[in-house]
Design a protein around this ligand. Structure first.
Ligand SMILES: [Zn+2]
Length: 260
């Protein structure tokens, strides 16, 4: 599982990465995430971040249950540092210090990246306050915003939803960024959508002035005599649109597959 923390301080990279604290040697996490959104990898092996976890809580993350019970040490305990990655996110942890937008965005990305690597769901993502038998409260506090969402209070459930959303997309996706979704289309898919848009525009323009059967021979002949032009081929154009629409599910399926 992946365990999330706040540092309860400022500028504490050195503490987490190399100094540690009294009675607890560094590294104190695998990743340190600064308020700027810049992450520093501090350990590739064991790190002292989790303490003991209540077994019932740990099992719910290990088994990726869709709900996570409050930690109950009467169910037993495990050494959390044996069974989890940890990230320390720079924040005073007083419930008032705001996580900047860039920091929260990077935070969701990092958790999602680890889940993606291991083939885990967002239910492998937990927070220290959800596993601790020592009454830890981290992480907590207001978040500046995320994607199209304005200020909100950090919550483990919302964080998991945000990680889960990322896991349905490609790693390059950004929340509330239509530009990056366009970037995921192949040239063939873009050409298909462009063709459908052109066909629909043509239909709107000509729907009022042509019969909807393939070709009304008498009207076509009269038009050629009078204007030298054939009547618009409504039926043929509708068949073009139908072909385009028939190809859409496959194009969408390819997009979804690409983003997974
Ligand atoms: Zn913690």
């Amino acid at each position: 599982m992946f365990l999330n923390h706040h540092t309860a301080g400022r500028g504490d990279l050195a503490v987490v990465a190399k100094n540690g604290v009294s009675g607890l040697p560094a590294p104190l996490a695998h990743v340190y995430l600064a308020r700027s959104g810049v992450a520093t990898m501090c350990s590739a092996h064991r790190a002292n971040h989790a303490g003991r976890m209540a077994l019932n809580a740990y099992a719910s993350f290990r088994d990726e249950d869709d709900s996570h019970p409050a930690p109950d040490k009467d169910t037993g305990t495990v050494d959390g540092n044996d069974v989890s990655y940890g990230i320390e996110t720079e924040n005073r942890g007083d419930g008032k210090d705001v996580y900047p937008r860039a920091q929260y965005d990077a935070w969701v990305r990092i958790d999602a990246a680890v889940c993606r690597h291991h083939g885990w769901s967002a239910d492998s993502v937990g927070c220290h306050k959800e596993t601790s038998i020592e009454g830890k409260v981290d992480p907590r506090g207001p978040v500046e915003g995320y994607g199209g969402r304005g200020r909100f209070d950090f919550s483990p459930a919302q964080f998991r939803r945000d990680v889960a959303e990322r896991l349905t997309r490609s790693a390059s996706w950004s929340p509330g960024s239509p530009q990056s979704e366009e970037d995921e289309m192949t040239p063939a898919q873009e050409a298909l959508l462009k063709q459908i848009a052109e066909d629909v525009a043509w239909l709107r323009k000509n729907a009022a002035k042509a019969p909807w059967t393939y070709r009304n021979e008498a009207q076509d002949a009269a038009s050629q005599t009078a204007t030298g032009e054939r009547i618009p081929d409504m039926h043929g154009r509708i068949e073009d649109v139908q072909r385009g629409i028939a190809a859409l599910p496959q194009a969408i399926a390819a997009l979804v597959k690409k983003g997974s």
